[in-house]
Design a protein. Structure first.
Lengths: 64, 382
């Protein structure tokens, strides 16, 4: 699952819940799933390390 | 020229020298032509009568050895370096002593600006006809790339601009930088290699960034190999090469064209602050929506409970009403009403007397009235 997919599903769930049309069982399931998606997205943002790496390319090696 | 062969029975055999002479004389009948390629491995010595170099086809890497009289070569003052594109006018020849095939150049011209422009235009038309620049081919950029590839020159301001833009907007970004040649004859091949290396390392999107430069400086970014490599790249490519007015062909083949390296940097990452806000809004909506569902459900349950509480009383009332109704009907049927209207019930023993014939004069009977009753004796019967 990509970040986008998770975010899109989360927003669809919120829409469904806010419409108030979901029966309780479904609402609780949606809430569980929504929390899971939220945690997934949050984790993706929190665990990104923010590093800049250099790729030592072959072109580098053959530089005069 | 007659080439002598030695006969061994049925077999005709040529000496190496004879073979080379024969091929050489045949080659000499070929016409003089222009050949285009990139100069590599230029070898010149004041002690040699000829200069030697290899012409390389930038498309497929085919090579052709070339020799040219040193005097002629020097007189042209071309000051060629490796990678320069030239047109060589000459004819094929075989260097007999070594059996080496090559082009004997009679004249040599640097491939000029006009030629470059014309070649570029031809290439553009050809690649456009193949659909390489078609809008349908353009892929969307990932919203949140796990790792971004950056192809750029080693000291380039372009590199700094991309990195600054990326990390300002999205501090936790991961960027893998492939420094490479971004001008000169090796640039196209080096950039193609860098694209491949980044893809092998695993990136979600690649930015190719190079600052402005002269027409010649940017030529590698219109090289057919490079343009094709960008079009074929397994992940989306953002091209930020040169200035707004330059349109190297790589810009056309890329999925997104950015006017500057900074713009490219902003395009490949989301705004972290906005992203977090959006995520938090979603979460708040999740709670609000669930609470709303719960409350509605609770209200429904309360309603049911109330109705349940009312149920026994309703049942009782209904029973009572039914009972009253039955009692009414019972009363209507009971003889009591009749007695109250003045009638009497006469019993002889246990039997109700309905006919005069069933009793005898002198017999005792019991008379029941609405209120009380009395005993009587039959006087006569009719």
């Amino acid at each position: 699952m990509t970040f986008e997919e998770a975010q899109r599903e989360l927003e669809q769930i919120v829409q469904r819940l806010e419409s108030g049309e979901a029966p309780l069982d479904e609402a609780l399931k949606l809430w569980d799933r929504g929390e899971e998606l939220y945690r997934f997205c949050k984790e993706r943002l929190d665990t990104a390390e923010g590093k800049i790496e250099e790729l030592a390319s072959r072109a580098e090696a053959t530089k005069p | 020229m007659k080439v002598e062969a030695i006969e061994y029975g049925d077999r005709k055999v040529y000496s190496v020298g004879a073979f080379n002479r024969g091929v050489s004389s045949w080659l000499q009948r070929l016409p003089t032509v222009w050949v285009e390629g990139e100069v590599t491995e230029l070898r010149r010595s004041d002690r040699w009568a000829s200069v030697f170099f290899t012409l390389k086809d930038p498309q497929d890497g085919s090579c052709l050895g070339v020799s040219m009289a040193r005097g002629q070569f020097d007189a042209l003052r071309l000051e060629l370096v490796d990678g320069d594109r030239v047109h060589a006018y000459g004819r094929p020849e075989l260097f007999e002593a070594r059996g080496e095939f090559r082009l004997r150049a009679l004249s040599l011209e640097r491939f000029g600006l006009g030629d470059h422009l014309a070649a570029l235009e031809r290439l553009k038309t050809k690649l456009a006809a193949e659909g390489l620049f078609a809008a349908e081919r353009k892929r969307p950029l990932p919203l949140l790339p796990a790792r971004i590839g950056l192809v750029t020159g080693n000291d380039a301001a372009a590199k700094r601009d991309v990195l600054t833009a990326v990390t300002t907007r999205f501090p936790p970004a991961n960027v893998l930088v492939a420094e490479t040649y971004v001008q000169g004859p090796r640039a196209a091949g080096a950039v193609v290699e860098a694209l491949g290396a980044l893809c092998r390392e695993g990136v979600d999107v690649i930015v190719v960034a190079r600052g402005g430069g002269s027409f010649e400086d940017l030529l590698p970014f219109s090289d057919e190999r490079l343009v094709r490599a960008i079009a074929d790249c397994p992940v989306p490519v953002v091209s930020a090469v040169g200035h707004e007015q330059d349109t190297p062909l790589c810009d056309l083949a890329a999925d997104v064209r950015a006017s500057t390296p900074s713009v490219a940097g902003r395009l490949v990452v989301p705004d972290l602050v906005q992203l977090l806000e959006r995520l938090d809004r979603s979460r708040a909506g999740l709670e609000r929506g669930t609470r709303r569902s719960l409350e509605r459900e609770r209200r429904r349950l309360d309603g049911m409970h109330e109705r349940l509480g009312r149920a026994p009383r309703l049942l009782l009332e209904r029973r009572r009403a039914k009972l009253e109704q039955s009692a009414g009907r019972l009363r209507a049927l009971s003889p009591k009403g009749t007695l109250e209207r003045g009638y009497a019930i006469v019993r002889a023993g246990e039997q109700i007397v309905r006919s005069g014939g069933t009793v005898q004069p002198g017999e005792l009977v019991d008379v029941e009235l609405a209120e009380g009753g009395f005993g009587a004796r039959v006087e006569e019967t009719r």
